[in-house]
Ligand binder design. Structure first.
Ligand SMILES: [Zn+2]
Length: 314
């Protein structure tokens, strides 16, 4: 049966049985050609309980769950799918406390579940350079004064201190395209410039505010600095208006997620939260079903064990 849903009821109606979930994952991952996760060959054949590899010297059993975020899970797959739906469809995410209540699982289980789902939300082509008009901006996440607004809007401000904050994050946002985020130790020029050079096409136009760490980047690519004017930050070049409003909107959603949903994000896991918010931004124009299906597809071949998550294992 073809998968087609518009809401969580439709999703759960479709995935009633575990076997339906398994068959869906097999189709998503292999498209009819099972690949042995142990040796990589395509000589898997179906057995009563899953697959066995006929590759020379391998002969191992496997299922579609091996090597994916679901490996060794005790949680029914339809609950996994419900969690992926909630994590990809809700604009500001879902907390482990809320997910635990919604799915009737423990908060610890929900927390591990969501971090594995964030693993599947990681950008699959993270190496591609951004082109055209690219906004760059940095922000600080965390801190005690949760309602404090971003200390910006002051041209040439030197006062972007890490004091009391959990992490600094740099974002690069392609106009009408995607965002890339990076958790950084600080926002000095020697941190920001290499990131920009690596991830922004040299023929692109970089737009930033007047923060001093961007000084000198104009030697590497076209750099427009937007300045405070008429209550907004817009620099006009001919008829073209340059601004950094898209990335500021992204930070605003991120921070509302932080304040209203998560309340806390540790520095250790900050990049996963960035992956989560970036995923939703980058797929913002897709249907809820597509947002769900891309995450499910990316979950194959990605694992995140508990020990790795809590830092006991690299
Ligand atoms: Zn094999």
């Amino acid at each position: 049966m073809l998968l087609s849903f518009k809401n969580i009821t439709g999703l759960l109606d479709h995935f009633k049985e575990n076997q339906t979930c398994i068959e869906y994952l097999e189709q998503q991952r292999w498209n009819g050609k099972p690949v042995c996760p142990h040796c990589g060959c395509e000589k898997g054949y179906r057995t009563k309980t899953g697959f066995r590899c006929a590759g020379e010297g391998c002969y191992k059993k496997f299922s579609v769950l091996v090597g994916s975020i679901y490996e060794n899970t005790k949680i029914p797959l339809r609950l996994w799918f419900a969690a992926i739906y909630l994590g990809t469809a809700h604009k500001k995410g879902i907390s482990s406390v809320q997910l635990a209540t919604d799915l009737n699982i423990s908060q610890k289980t929900a927390w591990h579940l969501m971090h594995r789902i964030r693993e599947s939300m990681k950008d699959a082509d993270s190496d591609t350079q951004l082109k055209g008009t690219v906004e760059a901006d940095e922000t600080y996440v965390g801190g005690k004064n949760k309602n404090r607004h971003k200390d910006k809007k002051i041209p040439n401000s030197q006062g972007r201190s890490m004091a009391g904050k959990t992490a600094a994050v740099v974002g690069l946002l392609e106009r009408d395209g995607k965002i890339k985020t990076f958790v950084v130790p600080n926002t000095e020029a020697d941190i920001l410039h290499p990131i920009i050079e690596e991830y922004v096409d040299k023929d692109a136009t970089l737009v930033t505010d007047a923060y001093t760490s961007y000084n000198g980047i104009g030697l590497k690519l076209r750099h427009i600095v937007v300045k405070h004017k008429d209550g907004g930050y817009i620099t006009k070049v001919g008829e073209y208006k340059f601004h950094t409003q898209n990335i500021e909107n992204f930070w605003s959603v991120f921070k509302r997620g932080y304040i209203g949903i998560y309340h806390y994000m540790s520095a250790q896991h900050m990049s996963r939260y960035c992956d989560e918010f970036s995923y939703r931004y980058n797929n913002r124009l897709l249907s809820t079903q597509d947002k769900f299906e891309i995450a499910v597809k990316q979950a194959s071949g990605r694992r995140l064990t508990w020990n790795k998550l809590v830092g006991k294992e690299k």
